[in-house]
Design a protein around this ligand. Structure first.
Ligand code: SF4
Ligand code: SF4
Length: 397
């Protein structure tokens, strides 16, 4: 196992962290025996960072992690969990959630505590509710050791949030298709320049970059090189090639995934990809862009929309469906982003009033209202109500 130093704390963290959002399941619930065996095995092999959160596995992930780590394993890892920002209504809620999490995790301290799923708007709301004072107090009374935030928003907001509190770390979505999305490479570099450790989530973009079979034109590119690697290995090595990425989280479900990730994490040094390999990944990215339907770069210049439409989010889900063909995953992602479960107000493509404001602002010259109609046809018909219920069930308890 390789380790990287958390800049402000000096903690030596394993470059692979165990994400507890997609644990092995049996009969629709966590397969506790199997998932616990996988986590303890990874710890025995040197993995020392565990990430969970209030809503994962409908609230069951945190108590499961508490049971799994009880005894000797707890002190061998740094434990991370998150304040569910969308459920917080007032300052007192923050303490209520943290105290409940300490109980659920059967521990006296959270080593790395994050404000969960921030964007510009949710940060502003949390700031007004007093989250800075809450984090200061939780640190001083020892309930948390380090404070961070996880982010799903626009780059400008990422920098604003990074500047707004003396965070020790942040957590961003980062993979070879998301260099320009959300925090992106610019956000990664910005965080590193401020001395923040960076935890990377979604290195496989929700698993789609690891899926087999890959789209045929992508598969053909991977086969061009002599060195055979799985798509998952290429994607993980690409992230670890960046020295600014402190820990990469992987939501491991099977023993084979655990073994593969442990193997890669034993030699994925920063800068270890050759020029030919980074060039290959660059060509894979360009091919993905070709087979994605809408040429949206996620820059966010079209936002805010007066009707509240999440324009880049809508196109991202739409492109994910067209590139990977996974309607269930893309449709659920769309509802999660646009259905208002996390923000309290829906941002669906169907809310577009065709005012045309966004067209002038889009550097790609996209006919946004027409393209949004395609998004509506794809995602807002059959199955929408069920997907909304599923999202509420997962995140609003
Ligand atoms: S055209 Fe539609 S998406 Fe664009 S700004 Fe107007 S309401 Fe929003
Ligand atoms: S301005 Fe255009 S490219 Fe940028 S996020 Fe909006 S639709 Fe996408």
């Amino acid at each position: 196992m390789l380790y990287r130093k958390m800049p402000k704390t000096g903690d030596e963290l394993s470059i692979l962290g165990f994400g507890c959002m997609r644990l092995a399941q049996k009969d629709g619930r966590i397969d506790e025996e199997r998932a616990a065996r996988q986590i303890r095995h990874a710890i025995d092999r040197g993995m020392n960072y565990i990430d969970t959160a209030w809503p994962y596995h409908a609230g069951e992930s945190e108590p499961f992690v508490g049971r799994t780590l009880a005894g000797v394993y707890r002190e061998r890892v740094k434990l991370a969990t998150k304040l569910p920002s969308w459920l917080v209504k007032n300052r007192a809620d923050m303490d209520r959630f943290l105290d409940a999490q300490l109980q659920k995790l059967a521990t006296s301290r959270i080593d790395y505590y994050l404000v969960h799923s921030l964007n510009g708007e949710t940060w502003d709301r949390m700031a007004v509710l007093g989250v800075a004072e809450f984090l200061d107090r939780a640190k001083s009374d020892g309930r948390i050791v380090n404070a961070g935030f996880s982010f799903h928003g626009l780059r400008e907001d990422f920098k604003r949030i990074a500047d707004a509190y003396p965070w020790e770390f942040c957590q961003i979505q980062y993979n070879y298709l998301d260099e320009e999305h959300q925090a992106g490479t610019e956000g990664l570099m910005y965080a590193a320049s401020k001395g923040l450790g960076v935890i990377v989530m979604e290195p496989l973009r929700g698993g789609v970059l690891a899926a087999t079979p890959q789209p045929p034109s992508i598969d053909a590119l991977w086969r061009e090189v002599e060195r055979r690697r799985t798509p998952a290995e290429w994607a993980l090595r690409w992230v670890w090639n960046h020295p600014e990425a402190t820990v990469v989280l992987s939501g491991m479900t099977s023993e084979a995934q655990v073994e593969e990730n442990l193997r890669i994490a034993s030699d994925a040094l920063p800068g270890s990809l050759t020029a030919a390999e980074t060039d290959l990944i660059g060509r894979v990215v360009r091919k993905y862009r070709e087979i994605m339907t809408v040429g949206c770069t996620g820059c966010g210049y079209c936002q805010p929309c007066p009707s509240g439409v999440d324009i880049p989010g809508s196109f991202d889900s739409f492109n994910a469906f067209h590139a990977f063909g996974k309607i269930q995953e893309a449709g659920f992602l769309y509802v999660l982003r646009s259905g208002g479960v996390l923000t309290g107000h829906p941002a669906y493509a169907s809310q577009c009033s065709h005012c045309g404001d966004c067209i002038l602002k889009c550097p790609q010259g996209l006919e946004i209202p027409d393209l949004l109609e395609q998004v509506v046809k794809q995602f807002e018909g059959e199955g929408l109500t069920e997907r909304e219920a599923m999202a509420r069930n997962l995140f609003q308890h």
